[in-house]
Design a protein around this ligand. Structure first.
Ligand code: NDP
Length: 335
């Protein structure tokens, strides 16, 4: 593809020194939802000295929030807060009956709802999107290492949206390793792009490789060990993160280096990007968001069907059996 078609984005990287927790002085923060992200955000905000209330449905989740020492209120009560963090699934956010005050700030943990017009409150609105799984948001805060986030202000009506957003990002540990300033649309396209364009391509590549190795008479256990169970790929990616992709090359044997580097262009004739562009166009056009809304409104029938196939009992049983034979769970006590 000609280089001229690339439109490199420009981003500012923000750190803890760019934020002041004082922007939240005297402000009450409502954490709506107490799931993967919600619980971690609530605990991190409180430990950073912020006044937090948990707004949750009256079920066992509420009991968990109360057991953690939070004042638990109904979801609708979040409308009384100065800052409202909506930490519930993106497809559910538009169905909530929360009425924010005109001077409130509404924060979401993913750009999706703001990017596709599913949420448009008439007050300050912003995104603080951790690049980290929910429970790890808590663990990384406790360990003091924090995590990378994507932050972006969608609307600033009060003139305080940026300062308050960065204060929340800092309070949850999201500025410690640096935060990327992105628009909600940029964040959503990247996030959904990884899920819908990158992951299926990786899956296809893995399946093709497994098939070719099976044709060569390699046992499935050995193939899966090479790809997953040994942890070698995982640790190689760790080195890519810690040392850089180029520098970590030297950890591989000369045979490996020569084999990888001399064959690196052998798939160049495959136009993988063409299919990726079609998938990304579904995201940027809002077609995927419409499809996902329709799925929600029909009671998630297709999701159930797809999950049923992907999590078929025979697949789960095969994986379970394999993991007890090879890898960390297979370690037998020595005599
Ligand atoms: P979860 O599925 O873990 O959170 C579910 C929470 O939402 C629960 O407290 C649940 O309540 C509540 N909830 C669900 N439906 C309703 C409803 N109809 N009314 C009221 N409350 C409801 O979500 P996540 O934490 O995974 O995701 C939250 C946000 O964080 C999303 O925007 C997501 O994109 C973003 N995000 C998530 C990441 C992750 O690692 N999971 C990573 C980065 C961003 P109950 O328990 O009562 O059912």
């Amino acid at each position: 593809m000609p280089a001229a078609r690339y439109r490199p984005g420009v981003t500012e990287i923000l750190y803890e020194t760019d934020a002041a927790l004082a922007a939240l002085d005297g402000q009450r923060v409502a954490v709506v939802g107490y799931g993967n992200q919600g619980r971690s955000w609530a605990l991190n905000l409180r430990d950073s000295g912020i006044d937090v209330m948990a707004c949750v449905r009256a079920d066992e989740t509420r009991a968990t929030a109360e057991a953690d020492g939070f004042e638990a209120r109904d979801v609708e009560a979040a409308g009384e807060a100065d800052v409202i963090c909506l930490l519930i699934p993106d497809d559910v956010i538009p169905t909530l009956a929360i009425e924010p005050r005109a001077d409130a700030l509404v924060i979401v943990a993913s750009g999706y709802t703001l990017a596709f017009g599913r949420l448009d409150p008439d007050c300050d609105a912003a995104m603080v999107a951790p690049r980290m799984l929910g429970p790890e948001v808590r663990r990384c805060y406790e360990e003091g290492v924090g995590f990378i986030t994507a932050v972006g202000v969608h609307r600033d009506k009060t003139g305080t949206a940026r300062a308050r957003t960065l204060a929340v990002a800092r309070a949850i540990g999201g500025l410690r390793q640096g935060a990327l300033q992105l628009t909600p649309m940029q964040e959503a396209v990247l996030d959904l792009g990884v899920e819908q364009a990158f992951s299926p391509a990786m899956r296809r590549v893995s399946e093709a490789f497994v098939g070719v190795m099976l044709e060569e008479g390699i046992p499935i256990e050995a193939i899966l060990t090479e790809l997953v169970l040994s942890g070698e790929v995982e640790r190689t990616y760790r080195l890519v993160r810690l040392e850089g992709g180029a520098a970590q090359t030297l950890h591989h044997s000369p045979t490996s280096q020569y084999g990888q580097l001399s064959r690196v262009g052998r798939y160049d004739h495959l136009d993988v990007a063409a299919t990726m562009r079609e998938l990304v166009a579904d995201i940027t056009s809002g077609r995927f968001a419409d499809e996902w809304d329709a799925e929600r409104d029909s009671g998630y029938a297709r999701l159930e069907e797809l999950r049923g196939k992907a999590l078929a009992p025979e697949i789960l049983a095969f994986e379970e059996d394999l993991r007890t034979k090879l890898g960390e769970r297979a370690v037998r006590p020595s005599r």
